[in-house]
Design a protein around this ligand. Sequence first.
Ligand code: HEC
Ligand code: HEC
Length: 427
Amino acid sequence: MTTKTFRLLRPRLAIGIGAAALCLAILPLRQSSAAAGVHPGPMSRAEAFARAETLAALGRKIFFDPSLSASGLQACASCHDPAHAFGSASAMPVEMGGDQMDRPGLRAVPTLRYLQAVPSFSEHFYDSEDEGDESVDNGPTGGLTWDGRVDHGADQAKIPLLSPFEMGNKDAAEVAAKLRRAPYAGDIKTAFGETVFDNPEDSFDAAVESLATFEQSGPDFYPYSSRYDAFLAGKATLSAQELRGRQLFEDPAKGNCSSCHLSEPANDGEPPQFSDFGFLGLAAPRNMAIPANADSSYHDLGLCGPQRTDFAGHSEYCGLFRTPTLRNVVLKKSFFHNGYFHSLRDVVSFYATRYSDPGRWYPKNPDGTIRKYDDLPQAYWANLNQDPPFGRKPGDSPVLTDPEIDDIVAFLGTLTDADLLPEADLH
Ligand code: HEC
Ligand code: HEC
């Protein structure tokens, strides 16, 4: 893959980073799913910008509208709370949804901030932005959701609108009927044409395209306003503990966190996303608080299914999930794809001691042996990542001491965007 193709695939920030700007790159390149006939022809840059602003304003209304759910109670924002970086406000590992709000989900709610940098899914990803060699195959990378099964925000938005355990509509027509009654129905007509409600698929596509455009608006979704961003720009300092945490986070022999959660600006100066969007297997313990896990034959194996279906049978992909960004991570109350962990300190401790002290994380069998990697059938254990901080043997000393774990947690606290800090309420 050449650098050029890569740039086409990756929706980079077209306008000034952090500025009150919308990512225009997505508009011409990524509207594949949109309905034919409801789009204007070629646009000038100014027209494209104005259209992006119109769609983002409409998308914002749709995002907060609970009347679009079968229950009438659930909007996108119910699970993706803006005050929590568009992640979950609750500590439940999975949210309830459906027409009676009694159907539990299968996975923890991810943040919607910083998704603008997620590349389209690729099984063989060659990164020209890395300090590494462009010819290195980084393996499966990118795509939206924990298993990367969709590329475009518009296609993603169809999932919760139609999922029986999320917003619970039975088809596009049901969503279209609700859109037609919405207070912003006139805005949809203005943006997509008078005939947009003639065909339910057109109005459904208009809604999901508007949602996707809203999710690409810089001030809401990628402000890069954390203290760490200010520090990188030479405009803020970090405490001694935060600096130690940063060093441990980046040290290949210690945390080695930044090998996946990139922490330095890219070659073009773009601030770090704290993810390389690669797929890895970490063996999070099975979370019995997820009702689906009561069935011992059910396993969420991420990239190989069952929610993603195109890699069913690809055993080498079982147990792999997309690396999440760590920006705003302190605002989360449940961590990892299955929401098993509820404190950041536990997450970092798990990294430090999964190998050296597995009994701390996994349950015991009646005979006292440890049920290691209890959410991943043994046939797939070879897929687990073995690099530092993993790869030690039971009984080895942990790769990070308790004070070092505290240092890393302190560093993660510098990644919160300014508008989400508690003191932001005061301004
Ligand atoms: C009932 C809770 C719930 C509702 C309502 C909901 N989501 Fe989500 N959202 C989730 C969960 C859980 C995931 C992870 C799904 C997965 O990995 O399969 C997710 C994933 C996403 C992602 C991908 C994030 C990533 O890291 O790749 C986007 C984008 C998104 N949701 C947008 C929306 C939009 C837009 C709506 C409204 C149309 C919406 N969501 C409604 C729970 C919800
Ligand atoms: C080999 C790549 C890799 C390395 C190294 C790595 N991570 Fe992760 N990280 C991931 C992946 C993949 C996930 C998601 C795993 C899952 O949900 O099953 C994750 C999840 C997380 C989460 C949960 C985020 C959320 O939104 O739920 C935190 C916090 C985290 N990592 C911190 C760290 C820290 C701190 C280190 C270093 C001690 C580290 N990671 C090292 C790949 C990595």
